[in-house]
Design a protein around this ligand. Structure first.
Ligand code: GRF
Length: 210
């Protein structure tokens, strides 16, 4: 029986994820519920213990492991990752909690075709532990950013952002939870805009076409 995901004219989407996969899950639910029209051709993880691998299978989406720990060096890992992704022929790649920087070769091969979700209002608090960084800095607001990936660390053109308030008593756990809720929303929205060809990149700026 044909899977609900199989339709030829749809854009092919590959997910990269390293862990729990809640962002992937939020998007996969939208695809399954036909709120997002695309063909999810695979989820690739670098981590053999990642929950997202099992999650992908539960959605009927092929899952692939390019296990970082099984490679002797980074170059071989990055080559294998790129080969796997190439073999899936994606129109769009979504990094949803993928905890490694993509190689420059990867980013160049899929220029303006990789969307990432980051748990801060970029350019503030790039890199790891952004929620902790925001609290320790004393920021009154943080949030999340859906952006295209370029060759820098969390520096690519911004598609959407959502703001979350920080009070004096807000803990890192509370902030992470509140931000995650917003991540799930704006990641799906950014993907939808891309799938509908409604995004135009002009330098650093991403414009929304009507
Ligand atoms: C999210 O906060 C994402 O922004 C960050 O890592 C976390 C991954 O969460 N890059 P999940 O695996 O999608 O649940």
């Amino acid at each position: 029986m044909a899977s609900v995901f199989q339709k030829n004219s749809l854009k092919r989407v590959v997910f990269l994820a390293s862990g729990r996969g809640s962002n992937f899950e939020a998007v996969a639910k939208k695809i399954r519920g036909k709120k997002l029209s695309c063909l999810p051709v695979g989820l690739v993880s670098d981590n053999r213990e990642a929950k997202c691998l099992q999650l992908a299978r539960s959605f009927g989406i092929p899952s692939f492991l390019i296990d970082y720990k099984s490679f002797d060096n980074k170059k071989d890992f990055h080559n294998a990752l790129l080969d796997k992704v190439d073999s899936l022929e994606p129109d769009l790649i979504v990094t949803a909690g993928f905890m490694r920087l993509l190689s420059p070769e990867f980013v160049r091969a899929y220029k303006q075709k990789i969307i990432n979700i980051h748990p801060s209002l970029l350019p503030a608090f790039p890199g790891m532990n952004s929620q902790k960084q925001a609290i320790e800095y004393g920021a009154k607001f943080s949030g999340c950013t859906a952006h295209f990936i370029d060759e820098g660390v969390d520096t690519g053109p911004i598609i959407l952002q959502s703001v979350v308030k920080i009070d004096d008593t807000t803990t890192e756990v509370e902030l992470s939870r509140a931000i995650l809720k917003e991540e799930h929303k704006i990641l799906a929205q950014a993907i939808e805009l891309f799938l509908k060809d409604q995004l135009k990149i002009e330098g650093r700026k991403v414009k929304k076409l009507q």
